[in-house]
Design a protein around this ligand. Sequence first.
Ligand SMILES: C[S@@+](CC[C@H](N)C(=O)[O-])C[C@H]1O[C@@H](n2cnc3c(N)ncnc32)[C@H](O)[C@@H]1O
Length: 216
Amino acid sequence: MSNTRLPAPSFRATDFQAAFGVSRETLDRLAAYEALLRKWNPAINLVARSTLDDVWERHFADSAQLFALLPEGTRVLVDLGSGAGFPGLVLAILGVPEVHLIESDGRKAAFLREVARVTGAPATVHAQRAEQAEAPPADAVSARALADLSALLPLAARFLRPGGICLFPKGRTAADELTRARDSWTMRVEEFPSRTDPSGALLRLSEIAPRGMQIG
Ligand SMILES: C[S@@+](CC[C@H](N)C(=O)[O-])C[C@H]1O[C@@H](n2cnc3c(N)ncnc32)[C@H](O)[C@@H]1O
C-alpha cells in the first residue's frame, strides 16, 4: 500500500483508494461493509451516530493505517474488543490471511459474522470475553479503544506467539499509559503518528514480557 497523507475534509471511498492504493475489489468490499454498518447501526449502536457519515476516515482509514505497521509475513492477527470490526475486520479485508475477532457482545459478534460472510473476509468471530477466548498463536494483536495499556497487555499476552507484536492506536493518553505499563512490563516501543487523529499515536510494541521474566 502507498503511504500518502490523507486529504480532508469529506474523506470518501475515492480518497481512501488514493491514500492506501487498494484495489477496486477491496473498495467494493469496504463499501458493502459500510452499507451493513448503516443498516445495523440504528438497532445495535455499533458506532457513534456522529461518526456514521465519516466512516471512511474515522473507522476504515483509522484501521487501515495499521496495515503498514504489521511485520512482513504476518499470518495470524487477533483483534481484541472488535466492536463493529475496527481495526481487525478492516485488516482482514485488506489482506491479513487469518484474523480472529474477539467481541463479548453477542449482537456485535453477529454483525461481524455477517460482514465477514458478505465480504468474504478471512475472519473468525469469537463471541467471548478476551479473558476466556482461545485462538491460534498470533503474530500480531490489535485493539482500539478497549482498555488502558496496563489492562491490555495481560490480555494480549494470552494470544501472542513468542516474538509477536502488538498494535494499539492510542489517543493523547499514550505517554501516561506507557509509563504506567512499564511498571509491570518490559517492551520495545515504537510510536508512529496517526494519520487520522492529530493528537493520537500508533503504538507498536515488541519484545513484550512481564517484568522479571525472560522474553520467549
Ligand atoms: C469502545 S468499544 C471499541 C470497539 C472497536 N475496537 C472500535 O474501536 O471501534 C469496546 C468493545 O469491546 C468489547 N469488550 C469490552 N470488554 C471486552 C472483553 N473483555 N473481551 C472482549 N470484548 C470486550 C465491547 O463489547 C465493545 O464492543
